[in-house]
Design a protein around this ligand. Structure first.
Ligand SMILES: Cc1cc2nc3c(=O)[nH]c(=O)nc-3n(C[C@H](O)[C@H](O)[C@H](O)COP(=O)(O)O)c2cc1C
Length: 178
């Protein structure tokens, strides 16, 4: 059982989540590796794919969106899990991290197009010292500042529980041959 955990990450926190998921899968006997979507691997070389992207201005990163669109046919026929890494805190009208309002724009289309086994949103991280010029400027806007605090909010217990559920699904559900 070979699984690839793909990520699109601007500043590294989503990469960290992907590497953690791959490590947790390996600890449960799954042969898993994390790689950037930029490496453009062929999903057909794997039995299952996990794809995650950082979220900026309500959207997945372009390279992750393009990877899913380009590989739509292959992904539709295999077990796929998606995750988004973004929120740094819950706004006033957001009940929990599972609130559909936190879902990036592309996700509903992906759910229809490739029928993934699941999609999860995880808290992200923000280090102002790493931000590029555009992101630093955007973060200075009053509305953005309130929802983009500095800090590492990644919930490793929650992420581990999700990785465990994937390992469990792979162990108990038949995977169609590629
Ligand atoms: C300018 C800017 C805009 C952001 N917009 C969103 C957003 O719309 N939704 C969200 O959930 N997170 C948003 N975030 C938070 C990032 O998704 C979060 O910091 C994430 O962990 C970054 O991942 P990376 O380090 O892998 O690039 C934004 C962050 C910045 C700096």
């Amino acid at each position: 059982m070979r699984v690839i955990v793909l990520y699109a990450s601007r500043y590294g926190s989503t990469k960290g989540i992907a590497e953690f998921i791959a490590e947790k899968l390996r600890q449960r006997g799954v042969q898993a590796e994390a790689r950037s979507v930029d490496a453009a691997p062929d999903p057909g070389d794997y039995d299952a794919v996990v794809i995650g992207s950082a979220v900026y201005m309500g959207h997945w990163m372009k390279e992750a969106v393009e990877f899913v669109r380009r590989n739509r046919t292959a992904l539709t026929g295999m077990p796929v899990w998606l995750f988004s890494s973004g929120p740094l805190e819950l706004g006033p009208e957001i009940a929990s991290i599972d609130d559909p309002k936190l879902e990036p724009e592309e996700i509903s289309g992906f759910l229809e197009a490739i029928h993934p086994r699941g999609h999860r949103v995880f808290f992200g991280a923000l280090d102002p010292g790493k931000l590029g010029f555009m992101h630093r400027t955007l973060r200075k806007l009053p509305a953005a500042r309130a929802i983009l605090p500095e800090g590492d909010f990644r919930d490793w217990n929650n992420i581990e529980a999700w990785a465990e559920s994937i390992a469990h699904a792979l162990a108990t559900q038949p995977v169609a041959p590629a």
